[in-house]
Write a protein that binds this ligand. Structure first.
Ligand SMILES: [Zn+2]
Length: 162
């Protein structure tokens, strides 16, 4: 019996360690803009929080930014970093704002297995906020990439206004 308990304790210890390691791995990157969940909740709307901090996905065709092609820049809704330029936006027909490239260095890639297969998740380099995913079925004549972004993760500012 005692042996069984020891084994059990051993198993529990191992499983705790592996969870802890996973968490460390996930949080290993430190971001320039870093806040607690409570702080993010205070400055973001519930939709923005769900997408940026909980890696959620908005309903397709729900974002007013989906069909917006005016000249300007799309900023991170959490930390105000310029992420996408409207000149690289295209209509992918998916119902989410789509771009063939990000502002250089503003977006990081990570792998997510949420749907049971690997997808490249896109994160804001400055705050680590979840933006969307990148796929290889973008416009062939440019980069071939499709950055599929949640409109709620972005704030659009027209070109001549700062
Ligand atoms: Zn950000």
């Amino acid at each position: 019996m005692r042996r069984f308990i020891l084994v059990l304790i051993g198993v529990l210890a191992i499983s705790c360690t592996s969870t802890a390691q996973k968490e460390t791995k996930k949080n290993k990157k430190s971001y320039k803009v870093s806040k607690t969940d409570a702080e993010w909740k205070k400055i973001l709307t519930s939709e923005q929080y769900y997408i940026l901090r909980r890696a959620g996905t908005e309903r397709p065709f729900s974002s007013p930014l989906n069909k917006l092609y005016a000249p300007g820049i799309f900023y991170c809704a959490a930390c105000n970093t310029p992420l996408y330029e409207s000149k690289y936006k295209f209509d992918s027909g998916t119902g989410w704002p789509s771009f063939d490239r990000a502002v250089e260095g503003s977006v990081d890639k990570d792998v997510d297995h949420k749907l049971g297969y690997a997808r490249s998740e896109l994160l804001c380099t400055t705050c680590g906020g979840h933006l969307g995913h990148v796929f290889n079925d973008g416009p062939r004549e440019t980069t071939g990439k499709r950055h599929c972004i949640n409109g709620d993760a972005l704030i659009f500012k027209p070109k001549d206004k700062k």
